[in-house]
Design a protein around this ligand. Structure first.
Ligand code: SF4
Length: 167
C-alpha cells in the first residue's frame, strides 16, 4: 500500500457507515454493479437539479454541483435520501475542508431531491475537528492488512458489498 494515501469523499461517507466498506473501496474491490440502490443513486444524481448542475473535478475532489453564492462558492452534494444524512453531511464538510486547504472558502448545501429538501452546511471549528478526526481514522483503516470484520447493520441490506460480506 502506498504511503501517500489520499482520502476522498466516498471514503468519508463510507467511514460514517461502515469501516469495512472503506477498506474494500481502497483496494478497488468493485461492489455488485447490479445493485439496484447504486443504480438509483446514479440516476437521481444525473437528473436532479439539471439546470444548475455542474459536476466539478478539482484534484482529488469530485463535487456534484458548484455555484456562486454571493462572495463565496456554494458546493452542493446530491443524495437520494436523507437516511444517511450524517454521512452525507460529513462528506460535504470534508469537501469544504479540502477546498479551504486549497485556499477556497465555500459553503455547502445538502440536496435531497426526492424529498425536496436542502440543508446548509457551514464549516465551523467543531466540524473542522470532526473532519480531521475522521481523516485520521480512515487512514488507519486503509493501512490495515485485512478488512475490519463485517458487522450486521441496517445499511447492509442496501450495501453493494452485501454479497461479499454475507454470501
Ligand atoms: S454489507 Fe454491511 S458489513 Fe459489509 S461492507 Fe456493507 S455495510 Fe459493511
Amino acid at each position: 500500500m502506498a504511503t501517500d494515501i489520499r482520502v476522498i469523499g466516498s471514503f468519508v461517507q463510507a467511514m460514517m457507515i461502515c469501516p469495512r466498506q472503506v477498506w474494500l473501496m481502497s483496494r478497488q474491490i468493485c461492489p455488485d454493479e447490479d445493485n439496484v440502490f447504486l443504480e438509483l443513486g446514479r440516476l437521481i444524481g444525473s437528473h436532479a437539479y439539471g439546470r444548475e448542475r455542474k459536476e466539478v473535478h478539482l484534484g482529488h475532489l469530485c463535487l456534484d454541483l458548484v455555484r456562486r453564492g454571493g462572495r463565496e462558492f456554494v458546493v452542493g452534494e446530491v443524495k437520494k435520501s436523507s437516511r444517511a444524512r450524517e454521512a452525507a453531511r460529513m462528506q460535504l464538510a470534508f469537501y469544504l475542508y479540502e477546498l479551504r486547504e486549497m485556499g477556497i472558502e465555500a459553503e455547502g448545501e445538502l440536496l435531497f431531491p426526492e424529498e425536496r429538501r436542502r440543508e446548509r452546511v457551514v464549516l465551523d471549528a467543531g466540524l473542522i475537528q470532526q473532519v480531521e478526526e475522521l481523516k485520521r481514522r480512515i487512514i488507519a483503516v486503509i493501512y490495515r492488512d485485512k478488512p475490519p470484520p463485517p458487522q450486521k447493520i441496517p445499511f447492509c441490506s442496501k450495501c453493494a458489498y452485501a454479497e461479499l460480506c454475507w454470501a
